[in-house]
Design a protein around this ligand. Structure first.
Ligand code: AMP
Length: 217
């Protein structure tokens, strides 16, 4: 299987699809949002700064993100990986390209998850996440509801809402996506490395389409 680079608006389903690929195709999941939230949860000074940025719907600096991802890419071994949440700017995309080439990780596909703002907003407002295993649930989607209200099926701990999943912050995040991240779609398209998947289909169709794109030719 190819390494997957997800390019998508917030709440398009990157995390849910990644969970599926980890469980069924043994992918390594590298979520920059999860890494940042772990830093916030650690209570460090840096975590406090990151918390302010995330909660306001802004982006963490390219410099910090590139450092963080370089460290994680270095740890990767044999399994294919998913980059979820990176790159989010053209600068990040260019630096990623250099890093992947220098590590010999060139069997990649960029998958763009296409979703409209209304559907994405509804998903963000219904999202609850396990603070322990990071699994994401959605109270508005029968397929993604936890079995017991507000409890993680896997860990048995209480689910939490993300601080940036409020209506107001979500608007800001979507705007930021349009301004900073959507140009990356063009970037990969020009390199002939972009696949598009409709993120508003039912889950089974989305999973199948992602797998089709990720399979080696
Ligand atoms: P996510 O879990 O991918 O929705 O990310 C949550 C938040 O973390 C984003 O809204 C940003 O504030 C921050 N973040 C995650 N990845 C990046 C990135 N590659 N560049 C800048 N900020 C990021």
């Amino acid at each position: 299987m190819k390494n997957i680079i997800f390019i998508a608006p917030p709440a398009a389903g990157k995390g849910t699809i990644s969970d599926y690929l980890v469980k069924n195709y043994h992918y390594e999941h590298l979520s920059t949002g999860d890494l940042l939230r772990d830093e916030v949860a650690s209570g460090s000074l840096l975590g406090k700064e990151i918390d302010k940025i995330i909660s306001s719907g802004n982006f963490v600096s390219d410099e910090l993100m590139i450092q963080l991802v370089a460290k994680e890419l270095d740890k990767l071994r044999d399994r294919p990986f998913i980059l979820d949440g990176f790159p989010r700017t053209i600068e990040q995309a260019q630096r990623l390209e250099e890093m992947l080439i220098s590590l010999g990780l060139t069997n990649n596909v960029a998958i763009y998850l296409d979703i409209d703002i209304d559907t994405a907003t509804k998903r963000a407002l219904g999202r609850v996440v396990c603070p322990n295993c990071k699994r994401s649930y959605n109270i508005y989607n029968e397929e993604l509801k936890p079995l017991r209200d507000n409890i993680c099926d896997d860990c048995g701990v209480f689910l939490e809402k993300r601080s940036d999943d409020t209506e107001e912050t979500f608007k800001m995040r979507f705007q930021k996506y349009l301004e900073k991240t959507s140009p990356i779609v063009d970037y990969y398209e020009k390199k002939n490395r972009l696949a598009k998947v409709r993120a508003t289909d039912d889950l089974k169709t989305i999973y199948n389409n992602v797998i089709l794109e990720a399979k080696n030719d």
